[in-house]
Design a protein around this ligand. Structure first.
Ligand code: NAD
Length: 491
């Protein structure tokens, strides 16, 4: 292990129900202070081999033979266990990400429990796909498809909503009877390790879920996705990483489910309820310091209300409170890492060089209180850019958006769709007929009207274009995590 002077907490891999040392290690920093938080044991090829072997053995064991109802019961027990360990999970999420405690409670950890309950319900109520086929001469054939688990699933997740996104994949994978090897982000190893322990406490057999720590290329991530023992990969993260994983799994044609990046638009019409729109835009731009794949980075505003929206949204951004996660008044945490802040700041410089207007923010703040070694950045808003600028085309993944005026509905739709991404969009208008019309014309997986990030966990979640492959949510998740075998019986 790499030694560190102050990080004493050790995060090990979880393989076949045991905490296992890595071959080397790295120090995870606290994003609020920049100080060491924990030492993480990085899994080598050997540990990844063991994790995949443990998952394979568990698939062939009692877990693989459990009835659907019994599995649904286990999932509900897991949700209860998450609620019992709620405060510990909040502490793990907050420590790794620096996000406000209130956000971790209301969003991340609450959704983790909800994910397991939702997929317990979905799997328990899913029927068979069956057809009675009419044959010549009055005979019939009965076709029915049974669904089997996909097998050993590699689950690779990012750092922005670590527990929420992990459980969003884990719950349906387990509901469908799979076994899993998880590779959490190197930036957020804590909640995955803790969840692994909670799953065992809830009665999940050893080896059903294994957690290996490390990085992507030439580390645990790549060892896992290139492993011949896995049957599929579900991944959430950057588009370029999705492309690399696709290349890795291509020789063995394994199925992939990809939730990738976004460059999401909001369109605000002049008839919108401006109080609701400004509150919604502030949330969609700055929630989790802009580090949500669904966050808005392009805001198209109908020209007559452009100045008013610009003024009101700037005021709203300037009112956000950066600070310690345990202060209930804190609304906004730091970025995840120094490296990520450098990336976000590089766009701030590009915009400054282009002569566009910084309506608010644009700098690294000075906070005092021991926080200035952390990876803080001001919530920022720009005007004066157009769709050709790199800051309007590329995903920044920080607390920032560009405001751009438009003059007609067609122009708004065409500006919003002028991107290679296709994850999410929001339309703000009091005219619901137009709301439906515009929402449907958006080339995205998720199109909101007069709201943002409102989710029914049964509805399809995912993106088109550079934003992903496939959909997750409700039965859409089960499509990925199962393999159908059709049985045809001539009657
Ligand atoms: P990332 O792609 O850098 O890393 C994600 C995970 O992949 C990490 O665990 C990382 O270690 C691993 N990884 C990296 N290279 C790999 C490789 N070659 N092989 C195997 N594993 C590899 O993403 P990030 O920076 O952690 O997360 C931010 C990105 O995630 C943003 O682009 C954001 O839009 C996207 N995201 C998308 C969604 C969605 O649902 N569409 C949700 C959240 C985040």
């Amino acid at each position: 292990m790499t030694s560190s002077t102050t990080a004493t907490r050790q995060l090990r891999n979880l393989i076949d129900g045991e905490l296992v040392d890595g071959i080397s290690g790295f120090v995870k920093l606290d994003p609020t202070t920049g100080l060491p938080l924990a030492e993480v044991h990085e899994a080598g090829r050997h540990q990844v081999d063991r994790a995949v072997a443990a998952a394979r053995a568990a698939l062939d064991g009692p877990w693989g033979r459990m009835t659907v109802n019994d599995r649904a019961t286990v999932l509900r027990r897991i949700a209860d266990a998450i609620e019992r360990r709620f405060d510990d999970l909040v502490a793990a999420e907050v420590g790794d990400t620096g996000k406000p405690e209130t956000l971790a409670r209301d969003l991340d950890v609450a959704r983790a429990a909800a994910n397991f309950r939702a997929f317990a319900d979905v799997t328990a109520s899913t029927g068979l796909d069956s057809y009675l086929t009419e044959l010549p001469g009055g005979r019939q054939a009965l076709n029915y498809a049974v669904r089997k688990p996909l097998g050993v699933v590699a689950v690779i997740v990012p750092w922005n909503l670590p527990l929420l996104l992990l459980t969003w994949k884990l719950a349906p994978a387990l509901a469908a009877g799979n076994t899993v090897v998880v590779k959490p982000s190197e930036e957020t190893p804590s909640s995955a390790t803790l969840l692994g322990e909670i799953l065992l406490e809830a009665g999940l057999p050893a080896g059903v879920v294994n957690v290996v720590h490390g990085f992507g290329p030439d580390s645990a991530g790549e060892f896992l996705t290139s492993h011949p023992g896995i049957d599929g990969v579900t991944f959430t993260g950057e588009t370029s990483t999705g492309a690399a994983i696709m290349r890795t799994v291509a020789p063995r044609v394994r199925p992939v489910s990809f939730e990738l990046g976004g460059k999401n638009a909001a369109v605000v019409f002049a008839d919108a309820d401006l109080d609701a729109a400004v509150a919604g835009l502030s949330r969609s731009t700055y929630l989790n310091t802009g580090q949500v794949c669904l966050c808005t980075e392009r805001i198209y505003v109908e020209r007559p209300i452009f100045d008013e929206v610009a003024a009101r949204l700037s005021e709203s951004a300037a009112r956000l409170r950066l600070g310690r996660p345990d202060n209930p008044a804190t609304t906004t945490g730091p970025l995840i890492s120094q490296q990520h802040r450098e990336k976000v700041l590089s766009y701030f410089e590009l915009v400054q060089d282009s002569g566009a207007t910084v309506l608010t923010g644009g700098r690294v703040p000075t906070l005092g209180d021991g926080l200035d070694g952390g990876f803080w950045i001001e919530p920022t808003l720009w005007a004066g850019l157009d769709n050709t600028h790199r800051a309007v085309r590329e995903e920044i993944f920080g607390p920032v958006a560009a405001l751009i005026p438009f003059d007609s509905e067609d122009e708004a739709v065409s500006l919003a769709n002028d991107t290679e991404y296709g994850l999410a969009a929001a339309t703000w208008t009091r005219d619901l007929t137009r709301g439906h019309r515009v929402a449907q014309r958006m080339n995205v997986g998720m199109s909101w009207v007069n709201t943002w990030y409102l989710r029914d966990l049964r509805s399809p979640f995912g993106g088109m274009g550079l934003s992903g492959v496939g959909r997750e949510g409700g039965h859409h998740s089960l499509e990925f995590y199962t393999e159908p075998t059709n049985v045809c019986v001539q009657l």
